[in-house]
Design a protein around this ligand. Structure first.
Ligand SMILES: CSC[C@H]1O[C@@H](n2cnc3c(O)ncnc32)[C@H](O)[C@@H]1O
Ligand SMILES: [Zn+2]
Length: 430
């Protein structure tokens, strides 16, 4: 058997306790064989975790990975103006090659900060599928459809593309890639298209993922036109089921929170994007109290401006307290759970916990740093003090993606140069 042993570290268990243990991985099927101090098997490969915390790989539950190319391209605007004046015109000029290199740049960034799994909405999805397959991460990918501003035929083509992409690539990369049908939002996609997209997706047991209740500018017109809240509308459309997950969920009222809990729909909290675009403060503690499955996502690198899930967990804790006006809200354990198991559950992928028989998706965090000293409480450190750059090794599906901070599955320097060249050419075209 081909095995990997991560040795000498402390291990974060699913109940958020930390214990001294080694982790033995079956690389043939990508699962954890054993966790303990007296593991007897000789391993084919070892990773040194002395002085480190071995934790589940982080799960970035909402992203637009190729938007790394637009990092710093347009800042300091609210969502609608940012999308319409800057981002959508720039995206209209992106080529399939741009999407590919942007995705690779984002994947390098994720691997370097301990993210092993993500959910992504974009276009030219076959490029992203191929990049993820080669980089070795786990992902739920989908084509984001927008129908406003399109004639009926073009609108249906865009919806059909989302459905076809989801069907074609579900199970790619030996099952590491799953898909979702991804209408962009409840206001940028018309009612008949949303209804059909959800029905077709669910016919094949494929989830639906979309932006919802992100800003008041998006919520108010729905309430005015339909005399119902957006998530009640989404439920009528068949888009609020256990498989489905929404991004943002900032402006949700108590009835919508109850609907999310009742239906088992996941919510991906994107605190940095919500702050940067001044979208608002999501009632995360209220959602957790109601039993909603809540994960965490970075959103794209143009509204964040990085893909570091450690930053995101800290932001989630900070703004969660502010939103609840309660310093005990969205506590350290809650955000670490949300950034790992909560996100995995929301997007319907395995991972987010280190347990025997579970997938070997692992981040090894080096604790030997001034900002992580003293080690009073390691869960507190993960939530409030650690940075993506503290990650020493990253493993996904039993494969080592980064060893001693060297990314093994992508050529980091070459990807960065291709990204610079792509953006220079893009800026000439825009
Ligand atoms: C049609 S593919 C996805 C689409 O979403 C855009 N996007 C990026 N961030 C956000 C956000 O916070 N809310 C809504 N839409 C967003 C992205 O630029 C793509 O056009
Ligand atoms: Zn988004």
């Amino acid at each position: 058997m081909d095995t990997l042993r991560i040795e000498g570290g402390q291990v974060l268990r699913p109940d958020m306790t930390v214990e001294r243990a080694d982790v033995l991985v079956d690389r043939d099927d990508g699962t954890i064989l054993d966790i303990g101090t007296d593991l007897d098997a000789d391993a084919s490969e070892t990773l040194d975790a002395d002085g480190c915390l071995v934790m589940p790989g982080l799960v970035n539950a909402h992203c637009h990975v190729s938007m790394t190319l637009l990092r710093g391209y347009a800042d300091d605007k609210e969502l609608d103006a940012w999308l319409r004046e800057d981002i959508w015109p720039a995206e209209a000029a992106l080529t399939a090659d741009d999407i590919r290199v942007g995705a690779e740049l984002g994947l390098v960034e994720m691997i370097r900060s301990g993210t092993t799994t993500f959910a992504d909405m974009y276009f030219d999805v076959p490029e992203i599928v191929d990049a993820v397959e080669n980089a070795g991460l786990r992902a739920r990918l989908g084509h984001g459809s927008v129908t406003i501003g399109k004639d009926n035929d073009d609108a249906w083509d865009d919806i059909e593309e989302s459905i076809e992409i989801a069907r074609e690539f579900d199970g790619a990369a030996d099952g590491r890639i799953r898909t979702a049908v991804m209408p962009h939002s409840l206001t940028t996609v018309g009612e008949e298209y949303l209804r059909e997209a959800a029905a077709e997706a669910h016919e094949d047991d494929i989830p639906v993922h979309y932006h919802a209740n992100e800003t008041t500018d998006e919520v108010d017109p729905i309430v005015e036109e339909r005399d119902e809240r957006p998530l009640s509308y989404a439920k009528d459309l068949g888009m609020l089921t256990e498989r489905d997950f929404i991004a943002h969920g900032v402006h949700v009222d108590d009835e919508e929170i109850a609907l999310l809990a009742e239906t088992g729909t996941g919510v991906v909290h994107c605190p940095a994007s919500n702050m940067k675009l001044a979208s608002g403060m999501a009632p995360v503690q209220d959602m957790l109290d109601a039993g909603v499955t809540v994960g965490i996502g970075t959103d794209g690198a143009a509204s964040n401006n990085d893909l570091d899930m450690f930053d995101e967990m800290r932001d989630a804790a900070m703004i969660g307290k502010l939103a609840a006006d309660d310093a005990s809200a969205v506590a350290a354990e809650d955000v670490v759970r949300m950034g790992t198991a909560g996100s995995a559950e929301a997007i319907g992928l395995p991972g987010g916990a280190l347990e025997v028989g579970g997938v070997a998706d692992i981040a090894v965090v080096d604790l030997d740093a001034p900002h992580l000293t003293p080690a009073n409480d390691l869960v507190s450190h993960l939530a409030y003090a650690a940075r993506g750059s503290d990650v020493r090794h990253t493993v996904c599906d039993g494969q080592v993606l980064m060893r001693d901070r060297e990314v093994l599955t992508l050529d980091q320097a070459a990807v960065m140069q291709r990204a610079r060249d792509a953006v220079a050419a893009l800026r000439d075209r825009i």
